[in-house]
Structures are given as structure tokens and as C-alpha cells.
Design a protein. Structure first.
Length: 518
């Protein structure tokens, strides 16, 4: 839908000159005469600005009208108020970038692609959250213990091993088709969980969901990193995380349904079927990654990847990110996913109370994602990532060891810092590996991270049963993020404002070919 905003003001000659100067910031314009300006580059399908100036007493009255249509299908509405305020400005003398935008201009293609990827991220966010939000109610219907819940969640995560083989295909045959197929399978596998007669069938169906959803989630990050500019990768990751979080929030908002009856948790598993029209719309428009197409068209980088130094560099980075992923997930998985059980059993919350707590503490996470992505592009990934990891660990421990208002405040802080971690550190996986190894490297990192999740869930469940409470177990597991903080500050490279081909010399041959793939 085309939007329009009109701004009126009386200006002096200097201010008028600024208004009549083509914009070169969030949007790049060119003058086409008579106070009219059109789009050269920006995140729009359509854009035009018209300025009418009339002499009045005390200066010149300016009437500025801007019309635009955002090139972000499915998710453009989330930025509508911010874009409207930006369009309403008469001038921006300092050409500053909005706080909610990356510090570089986005093209129409990039914005449209990010919108499509965010649509898939929303679907995957719900599919992977349905089990974690309802498992405590399923366990009650099946008459099992807290340890069984931890074991079930851990077992489901083993499905991520399937993503290893699938993501090898992404490096050989392309990202697009595999991304669409795995997202579709995730929807149907989640829905099958609604008819599970026992925990084994439920775990089996959701193991499939977890495997294909993990594959799709990794590909979302890979495609985004390969398509956006050097100062937009963390921003793109933050948008994907925010969209996935919105999908997860849908599951939280529907959680009161799980408290209606012993079986009503099953209703939440049918919701992904409603996302099929969105999937179809994305499938019609999603292009293949330009960098993959360029890599497929050349063999020049094959020899570079086989050099001893390139191999050592690959292994070194793989071990570093895998270790950090394992240690971080050992804490993050139980801290996030056993919270419903903690609130129900140790704080006496009902399904509605849990939903209210989750919504109240999760909504501020949007600011954590956006601010984390922005700061990662301006302050640097290492500083923001280390702060976010340590802050999320301390506040996560506080949630499980407090009550009342302190628990609510700690919960908000925990989500904000956890959300900021995603763009600051999540961007490293796609950045630190060459194009034809990027998907499989991230598959290995993700698999090892999920093994950390499984380990943490099992340990947390066992400690909960033995210590008669979750607080001590969560505190012990928080040692993992402390080690991750040290690794980030001492061993992680700083990659902000560097092209992927600069970070990965093995891809140097792609630089000259990228412009040929649009």
C-alpha cells in the first residue's frame, strides 16, 4: 500500500535550501524539476517527494508531500511508524541514520528479500516454540516427571543432526529450494504433534520439526548475510530474530488455550497450518542467493580453500564458534525453556499467569534485538556480544532465584540481554566461512550448540529433581556463558564493516562476479 505524509512549515532561506536539496541518507534522491524528487536508491518499491514553496510574511511557507511504498513484504508494517516519521522530516542537515536502521542505505532488492526471509522466520519461530511452550502441559496429561520433560526436550533437539546432511546440499545445490521445503515440512510435522497418543510420538514428530526448522533457520542467516551490505549483517540477523520472536509470541499468546483442559495443549500444534498461505506467497518471490550463484559459476576459489592456511583457519574458527555455542546453549536452553515449568510448579502460576509473564517480559526483547543489531554495526560485535552474554547469564540466574516484582524485572532484563546476543554473535557463523562451506560449517556449529542445549536440559532437569528447585541448577549452568564472554573478548575477530570476501580470502574470486547476478 502506498503511504503519504504532508509536512508544512515556514522556513528561512537557509532551511529552504536544505529542503530543496536531494536527500542522501536513508534514501537517495535525484531532482526532476519543479521541487520534485524521485528515488535513486532506498528500501522502497515506489518513492517521490514534492515540495511547494510560497512566499509569506516572515519567510517561505513550505508544503512537502512524500509518497512511498515499502519494499518489505509481510513485515514492512512493523517499521511503518518509524518510516513515516523519517519521511515527514523536512531535511536532515547531518544526514544521520535512524536509530532503528543499519548505518547504510538499503536497496529495493535487499529490503524485499529481508521481508520474505522474515516471513519464513515468523513461521519457524512459532513451529519451534509450540513444543517448548506446551511441553509442561503435555507432561501433565501423560503423567510424567520434570526429569522426563527435560529428557523429552533434549531428545527433540537431537533432530538437529539431520540438518548436517541437509545443509551440505545447500552448499552444493543452492539455498532457496531447501529453505522453502524445510519450512513447509516444519509446518506439517508440527501439526502432526496434535494427535500424539504419548510422549514418544510427540517427541518423534517434534524431532522432525526441530531438524528441518534448524536447517531452515541456518539458511535464513546464511542468505541474509550473503545478500546485505557489510554494515547491515547484524541488522539483518536482528530482523530475522525479531520475526522469529513474533512467531514465538503467538505461541505464548495462545498458551491460555492449553489450560482449558488436559488435552487442549494440542490445539497450539495446528496453528502452523494457517501459515501456509504466507509460505506460498514467499515461495513465489524468493530469489536464490547471489553469492551462491556466483560461487557456482567459478572454480577459482576451490584451490584457495584447499591451501593449508585456509584449512587451519577454517578449523580454528569452527572450533571457536562451536565451543562458544555449546557452552552458551547449556545455559540458555534450560533457562528459557524450563521457565514455564518453574513458574507453574514453584511459583504457582496458572496457564494464563504464565502467558502474562511471558508476554510482559518478552515484549521488551524487541528493543534488545533492534538495539543489539544497531550497536553491533556501530560499536562492534565483540563488545556488544560479550556484554549481552554476561548480562543474560546474570539476569537469567536472578529470575530463578527471586520472586515478586524482582522476578518480573529480572525476566525483562534477561530477555533484553538474550535478544541482544542474537545479532551481535549470531552474525559470526555466516561471516567467518567461505560461501561454498558456509552452510555446512553453520550446520556443525548449530549441531554442537544443540548438543549443548540437550546437555543443559538434561542436567537442569536432574538438578531440579534432586535439589527440589531450579534455581541452583541454573546458577551452576551459568558458568558456561562466563567462559563464552572471555572467548568473545580474547579470540573473536572484529568483523564490522568488512565484506565477506575480505573476511574470507578464499572467496576473493567472487568479488568481480557478484554484479552479474541480480
Amino acid at each position: 500500500m502506498t503511504r503519504e505524509v504532508t509536512t508544512r512549515a515556514v522556513l528561512d532561506d537557509d532551511a529552504l535550501a536544505l529542503v530543496l536539496t536531494p536527500r542522501d541518507g536513508f534514501v537517495l534522491e535525484r531532482a526532476v524539476g519543479d521541487g520534485r524528487f524521485e528515488l535513486v536508491e532506498g528500501p522502497f518499491h515506489h518513492y517521490e517527494r514534492e515540495v511547494v514553496a510560497l512566499e509569506v510574511e516572515g519567510g517561505t511557507e513550505v508544503v512537502q508531500t512524500v509518497r512511498w511504498k515499502v519494499a518489505m513484504p509481510a513485515t514492512g508494517w512493523t517499521l511503518r511508524p518509524q518510516i513515516r516519521r523519517e519521511m515527514a522530516k523536512l531535511s536532515d542537515e547531518n544526514e544521520s541514520w535512524p536509530w532503528w536502521s543499519p548505518p547504510e542505505r538499503q536497496s529495493k532488492r535487499t529490503s524485499q528479500l529481508l521481508g520474505l526471509l522474515c516471513g519464513l522466520a515468523l513461521v519457524l519461530g512459532y513451529a519451534t516454540s509450540a513444543t517448548t511452550q506446551t511441553i509442561t502441559f503435555a507432561i501433565d496429561e501423560f503423567g510424567l516427571s520434570d526429569a522426563a520433560q527435560g529428557n523429552a526436550l533434549a531428545g527433540i533437539r537431537i533432530g538437529v543432526i539431520a540438518s548436517l546432511g541437509l545443509l551440505v546440499l545447500a552448499d552444493r545445490r543452492g539455498r532457496r529450494q531447501l529453505l522453502l521445503v524445510t519450512t513447509l515440512v516444519a509446518c506439517f510435522a508440527t501439526a502432526v504433534g496434535a494427535v500424539s497418543p504419548n510422549i514418544y510420538v510427540l517427541a518423534g514428530t517434534q524431532t522432525i520439526t526441530r531438524g528441518v526448522a534448524t536447517t531452515a533457520s541456518v539458511l535464513l542467516l546464511v542468505v541474509a548475510a550473503e545478500e546485505v551490505g557489510s554494515r547491515s549483517r547484524a541488522f539483518a540477523i536482528s530482523l530475522l530474530a525479531m520475526s522469529g520472536g513474533v512467531g514465538g509470541l503467538f505461541a505464548v499468546m495462545l498458551l491460555p488455550l492449553a489450560g482449558i483442559a488436559d488435552w487442549s495443549w494440542r490445539l497450539l500444534f495446528l496453528v502452523p497450518l494457517a501459515f501456509l498461505p504466507l509460505w506460498r506467497a514467499v515461495a513465489r518471490s524468493l530469489p536464490e542467493s547471489r553469492r551462491f550463484e556466483a560461487a557456482l559459476a567459478t572454480t577459482d576459489d576451490d584451490d584457495l580453500r584447499r591451501q593449508p592456511e585456509a584449512r587451519r583457519n577454517f578449523v580454528r574458527r569452527l572450533v571457536l564458534l562451536s565451543t562458544a555455542g555449546y557452552l552458551g546453549a547449556m545455559f540458555a536452553a534450560p533457562a528459557h525453556q524450563l521457565l514455564n515449568d518453574f513458574l507453574k510448579d514453584e511459583r504457582g502460576f496458572s496457564a494464563g499467569d504464565i502467558s502474562g509473564f511471558r508476554l510482559a517480559t518478552s515484549l521488551p526483547g524487541v528493543f534488545g534485538i533492534v538495539i543489539g543489531g544497531r550497536l553491533a554495526e556501530t560499536w562492534g560485535r565483540r563488545r556488544v556480544g560479550a556484554t549481552a552474554v554476561l548480562g543474560s547469564a546474570l539476569l537469567g540466574v536472578a529470575v530463578y532465584n527471586s520472586d515478586g516484582i524482582a522476578m518480573w524485572l529480572a525476566g525483562m532484563g534477561f530477555i533484553i540481554f538474550s535478544a541482544a546476543t542474537v545479532p551481535a554473535l549470531g552474525v559470526y557463523g555466516p561471516e567467518l566461512f567461505p560461501t561454498q562451506l558456509r552452510a555446512r560449517a553453520n550446520a556443525i556449529i548449530t549441531t554442537i550448540s544443540v548438543m549443548g542445549s540437550a546437555t543443559g536440559l538434561v542436567l537442569a532437569g536432574q538438578l531440579d529433581d534432586r535439589l527440589d528447585g531450579a534455581g541452583t541448577g541454573i546458577a551452576l549452568l551459568a558458568l558456561g556463558p562466563v567462559v563464552v564472554t572471555v572467548l568473545v573478548l580474547t579470540l573473536y575477530p572484529e568483523t564490522v564493516d568488512r565484506e565477506l570476501e575480505d573476511i574470507n580470502p578464499e572467496d576473493a574470486a567472487l568479488t568481480a562476479r557478484l554484479d552479474g547476478f541480480t
